[in-house]
Design a protein. Structure first.
Length: 253
């Protein structure tokens, strides 16, 4: 089975689906190992939807009945969540024929895939997203749906934005302030959209909404940027905060 705990390429919604499947398969032993949930909480501390999921699961793990009800509820939520988000954003997004995005968001993929059923010749640009290059994963997935896809580097975002009608990103968290946390490079895309006078939309499920106003970033290994750096200081972090004033609208379920 794929070791999703070491997965730095999938988006938070996809990681939650993997975590849910895993914990559901282990539900009979969860009450015996409460520290297991703490371990997952520490591993996925950046992802608000996973933090929310684990908080609910801790409460449900007290009895077998409540645990069964919890997993049944999330089975339904995961099954319907993308359709629900699409219903809420469909009227706004269906008028666009081209989008620019970054990184690998399962929600962005699911929304654009549904748009292809209503729009022909849909185009998308995907910034590849260093250092894990997970934008390549999204580009392949979108290409398979029939979307005309272009893969770009983050350095190309500003110029490429002028060729597209709207920006669209997922979210790893929506802070209490209304600011959005997403993959590094999303801020450049947001500024480019603002300057080019095109809308930037965020699509995410409501479990991404946080009660916190502050985002604490996590520094990742510098070797992911440059292995033979010869004493040069390198900062590597995956996520950044995007000001709410750069976002046109957030669509959720």
């Amino acid at each position: 089975m794929k070791n999703f705990t070491d997965d730095n390429i999938s988006g938070s919604s996809e990681l939650l689906e993997e975590l849910h499947k895993h914990l559901k398969s282990q539900k009979n032993i969860l009450p015996l190992f409460p520290d297991l949930l703490d371990n997952f909480g520490n591993k996925f501390a950046t992802f608000e939807n996973i933090r929310h999921y684990l908080r609910e699961l801790r409460k449900a793990a007290k009895t077998k009945k409540s645990l069964d009800e919890f997993f049944e509820k999330y089975d339904r939520l995961i099954l319907n969540i993308y359709d629900n988000i699409y219903q809420n954003c469909r009227n706004r997004l269906v008028k666009y024929s081209s989008f620019i995005t970054i990184s690998n968001s399962k929600t962005v993929y699911e929304i654009l895939k549904r748009l292809t059923e209503e729009r022909d010749n849909l185009k998308a640009a995907v910034a590849e997203s260093r250092p894990q290059f997970e934008g390549r994963v999204l580009a392949r997935r979108l290409h398979k749906t029939g979307i005309n896809v272009k893969l770009i580097t983050e350095a190309m975002i500003y110029n490429e934005t002028s060729k597209y009608e709207a920006g669209i990103i997922g979210a790893d968290a929506v802070l209490k302030s209304g600011n959005v946390v997403n993959k590094t490079g999303s801020g450049v895309l947001a500024l480019a959209c603002k300057h080019r006078k095109i809308p930037l939309y965020v699509v995410c499920d409501r479990k991404k909404f946080s009660g916190k106003n502050k985002f604490e970033n996590k520094i990742m290994p510098p070797e992911e940027i440059w292995k033979t750096r010869s004493g040069i200081k390198i900062e590597n972090y995956y996520f950044e905060e995007i000001d709410k004033n750069l976002i046109t609208e957030i669509f959720t379920d």
